[in-house]
Design a protein around this ligand. Structure first.
Ligand code: NCD
Length: 319
């Protein structure tokens, strides 16, 4: 008897929550196949999305994610439309659904969207034929960031299961943490959330009871395989939740002194953009344990894998 071929069962990537461990592994394996394409010295392009139209719809600022998606789309030979929210009719009062239906009339195959409203993607998915990819929705999810984080960890440690990972900082406002919580717990990693009580909502335990919560970074550090620092999101009001920057730095900044107490091969991660000198010192951000630019590099094959498997669910491993 032959085993039935795996078929990626999702039309959209709205978050990590709906994915099974098998789906996550399929995406990471596919990304590995694409990494070879990205590392070619000459032509880094495959025809996998030829004649498919991808619309990039960014309603919130983005540097890494937007560029990374665009590079991924180019490497797959897609046709790309960049929709600029500032100069669009949205600024004239058009609703998101009207904008979306007008885009739909141009028959795009995939829409990559970043939006400040949690759930905006699910709304679009109900109204459109195209596949919707969530590139960040408010403080809800950022699934491709969690996938590239997992890819980076798997590359470094050869596995996700059993890894001990601390996620540190502004947990309250972070969509990166929510996608990582879904992904890492589904894949059997052991997660500890660390931050000041005001930035660490204990309700997260209702959804993820297996996760540990700590307010003491120094106590947590020695046991960790990876430490994922989060950006303090001052534009979302983080300043109101901490007594002062000095106090935050004293207890929650990752710096050279704290690294001395960590495992020798601990991986220091950050989704970017970093507040250098606040949640992380430059010494650590540029030091030997950081994998921060590897995360950025890995974003491209991971996003290629997402675009590809949503459009080709049978996912033959592209040469
Ligand atoms: C994150 C984001 O925008 O959610 N950055 C990113 O996508 N690389 C994290 C952040 O803004 O702090």
């Amino acid at each position: 008897m032959t085993t039935p071929r795996y078929c990626f069962p999702h039309k959209h990537l709205l978050g990590i929550e709906p994915l099974s461990p098998q789906d996550i592994t399929a995406l990471l394996d596919q990304a590995e196949a694409f990494e070879e394409v990205c590392e070619r010295p000459d032509i880094k392009i495959v025809p996998a999305l030829r004649k498919r139209m991808v619309v990039n719809l960014f309603f919130e600022n983005s540097t890494r994610t937007r560029n990374s998606f665009e590079i991924a789309e180019k490497r797959l030979s897609a046709e790309i439309i960049n929709f600029d929210a500032d100069t669009s009719s949205l600024s004239k009062g058009e609703t998101l659904i009207d904008t979306a239906l007008n885009l739909e009339a141009m028959h795009p195959d995939l829409i990559v969207m970043r939006h400040s409203a949690p759930g905006a993607h699910a709304l679009l998915a109900r109204h459109m034929k195209a596949s919707i990819i969530n590139a960040g929705d408010g403080a809800h999810e950022h699934p491709t960031q969690a996938l590239l984080d997992a890819y980076t960890l798997r590359q470094r440690f050869g596995r996700l299961e059993g890894l001990k990972i601390a996620i540190v900082g502004d947990i309250r406002h972070s969509r990166v943490v929510r996608s990582n919580l879904w992904l890492l717990t589904k894949m059997g990693a052991k997660v500890t959330l660390v931050g000041p009580p005001t930035l660490l909502p204990t309700e997260l335990k209702d959804t993820w009871p297996m996760v540990d919560i700590s307010y003491d970074l120094d106590a947590v550090i020695p046991d960790m395989d990876a430490i994922m620092m989060l950006r303090a999101q001052f534009e979302r009001g983080t300043g109101q939740f901490i007594p002062g920057q000095g106090e935050y730095i004293r207890y929650y900044q990752i710096n050279a002194d704290r690294i001395k107490r960590a495992k020798k091969d601990v991986a220091i991660m950050h989704p970017g953009p970093m507040n250098r000198g606040f949640e992380i010192t430059s010494e650590v951000a540029d030091g030997p344990n950081n994998v921060i630019l590897e995360q950025v590099t890995n974003g491209v094959p991971v996003r290629m894998a997402v675009l590809y498997l949503l459009s080709n669910p049978h996912g033959e491993q592209v040469p």
